[in-house]
Structures are given as structure tokens and as C-alpha cells.
Design a protein around this ligand. Sequence first.
Ligand SMILES: Nc1ncnc2c1ncn2[C@@H]1O[C@H](COP(=O)(O)OP(=O)(O)OP(=O)(O)O)[C@@H](O)[C@H]1O
Length: 354
Amino acid sequence: MTTAVDIRHAVKRYGDVTALHGVSLEIADNAFFTLLGPSGCGKTTLLRLIAGFEDLTEGEIRLFGKDIARLAPNHRPVNTVFQQYALFPHMSVIDNVAFGLKMKGVPPAERRDRAGRMLEMVHLSAFADRLPAQLSGGQQQRVALARALAPAPRVLLLDEPLSALDLKLRQAMRVELKSLQEQTGITFIFVTHDQEEALTMSDRIAVMSAGRVQQVGAAQDIYEAPINRFVADFIGETNLLPVTVGQIAAGRAMAALADGHQISCTAPEGIRPGAHHVSIRPERLHLAPAEGADLAATVERVIYKGNDLQLVARSASGEELNVRLPNSARTDIPAPGARVGLTIEEGAARLLVD
Ligand SMILES: Nc1ncnc2c1ncn2[C@@H]1O[C@H](COP(=O)(O)OP(=O)(O)OP(=O)(O)O)[C@@H](O)[C@H]1O
């Protein structure tokens, strides 16, 4: 497997502000890789360092094995798509797409040919002669993509490119982006704070917080096996409950909830007995007769969400518990005030380090 981008202990300081505290990441060639994290965690800074718009304070970035510190942005085999598409307003769509090729000195006939093929790829051939203002937001973003792909960069950096679009369009564009990456074989590095976007498109995701990488893995790894409390809370929805852990053996532990119930949990390496949090996803809690259930709670409200329902309950010790129920169960839902039992699916309770 070839490594496209190798980031080694990247530190970036802006005066007193440290935006990145020693980030190391290996991004494989031909992958859809996502940098995911809340606002201010350093995602854009990392992208700008790869593009060459900023200089590293410490560390090293290699592109296909070559240190790029001394390489000007226009000499890196990299292109960027921004949130604001920044198309040239007085140029036709096809001229916008061909622009990067012109800068590279590609002859006119080949330029038009390649730009035409790029427009075909983003399904906009019929719009080649329009001006950007005559296109919808989604179409403009597809032109920006075609323009960034036309010079055949080896790495495409995408900085929240879908955030200006409405929800339906964003969902459609996710599928299109993923398919564009697969068709071209170009390494995509995609920045977003939207976890659903990251989960649907990425081969691998780096979850970032406060200038550090918290976890790197496939969507399923970070959703099913979050490494710490931040990742469990940031990715999807979860119940985070305080527990006291006693014995730990062979990756499993018994933990006492505040109401005295004992539950069996998976335990990450290195965790010690004491006070911790356990994460249980709402879809892995199930209603059960109160007798013999893992948890006891009182129903507070049921929220109808279309394809499923969210049941909000409270444990005897005051913890809120969220349970996801399939829409098909809607005729059978206990009413607010009802006492219910909840069982935890095997392996669904995960102890977390802070
Ligand atoms: N030019 C700058 N000067 C000073 N501080 C900066 C500069 N650029 C970024 N920062 C700071 O570095 C940190 C990381 O910023 P960055 O833009 O990389 O975050 P982000 O995760 O991309 O956030 P967002 O999703 O809001 O764009 C923030 O605390 C930010 O205020």
C-alpha cells in the first residue's frame, strides 16, 4: 500500500495559540480520508499545511515519500476545493474547469477536451456554456470539483465543501463525491464537523479534538469501538453513564451504576478499577420486563422521529437513558410515567477512558 500523505509530529503555533499539538497520520493513496472534529480542533490548519498555504512550526509532511517543506503550493501535486466555490463569475463553466489546465500550459484543444470529460463526470455537460450565476449552488459546487480535478492532482483536499448546500443536496453530493473518488483513484482528504457525512463517505476517519488526533479508523471502528469519552460522545448518539469499576479481567469488567445495578462491560486496555464512564448506544438498549433486566427506569417521553422513535427514560439514580425503538414497535410503547426494564445487548456496554 502506497502512502500518499505522511504527517509526522506536526505542530502549528500561531503566536500563543497552538492549533496542532504534534499530529501524526498516515493517509493511504487512493483513499477517501476524513478529518472530523468540532470547530477549532485544527482540521483546516492541517489541510492548509498539506496544501502549502501555511508553514509547519515543527514536524514534517511527506507527499508520496517526499518532504514538501520547501515546495511552493503550486508545485505540490495537490488541489483544494473550498466551502465557497470561488468560481470566476465572468467565465463560462467550461472555461472555469479548463482554467487550471491553462495555467499549466496545456494546449487549447486538449484543455477543452479534458475539461469536457470532467464536466461529464460531474453530470454537467449540458451546462458548459453557462455562467456560474446561472447555476444552482449544488451545480456550482460540482463545477468547482471538476475544476479541481481537471489538472489530475494526486491528492484532492476538500474543506467542508458541502456545508453551503441544503440537506437533500448534501446527501446526494455525498454519494457523488464518493463515486468520484472511486472513479478517479485520487486520494481525497475531506474536512468536516458533520459526523454523519464522515461516516457515510470515508474509508478512514481521523477524529480530532483540540489540536490532537483522538482516534483513526474505519467508520465502523470509531462508532462501535470509540477509544475514549470524547469520541463516543462526538460520533453518533450515546448514553454516557458514570460507573464504579471493580475487577477487570481479559478485556471485561463488572461495573456498578449509581443505582446499584451491576453491568458487564468491555474494558479498554490499561483501564484501572475506579470511577469511569460507560457508553451504551441507544439502539443497543431494549425494553424488557422490569424483573431481571439490566437497568430499571421510568419513561419520561417518547419522541416520534419517522423511521424510529426515541424513548427518554430516567434511572432511579437520576441518569437520562435514551433508547431507540423501531417504528414498527410504535403501538407497543409504554406511556410516560411507566416503570420499565432495559436490557443491554451483549458487548454493547463499553468502558471508556477519559
Ligand atoms: N491565522 C491564525 N491566527 C491565529 N490563530 C489561528 C489562525 N488560524 C487558526 N487559528 C486557531 O487555530 C485553531 C484551529 O483552527 P482551525 O481553523 O484549524 O480549526 P477547524 O477545526 O478547521 O475549525 P472550523 O471547523 O471552525 O473551521 C483555532 O483555535 C483557531 O482560532
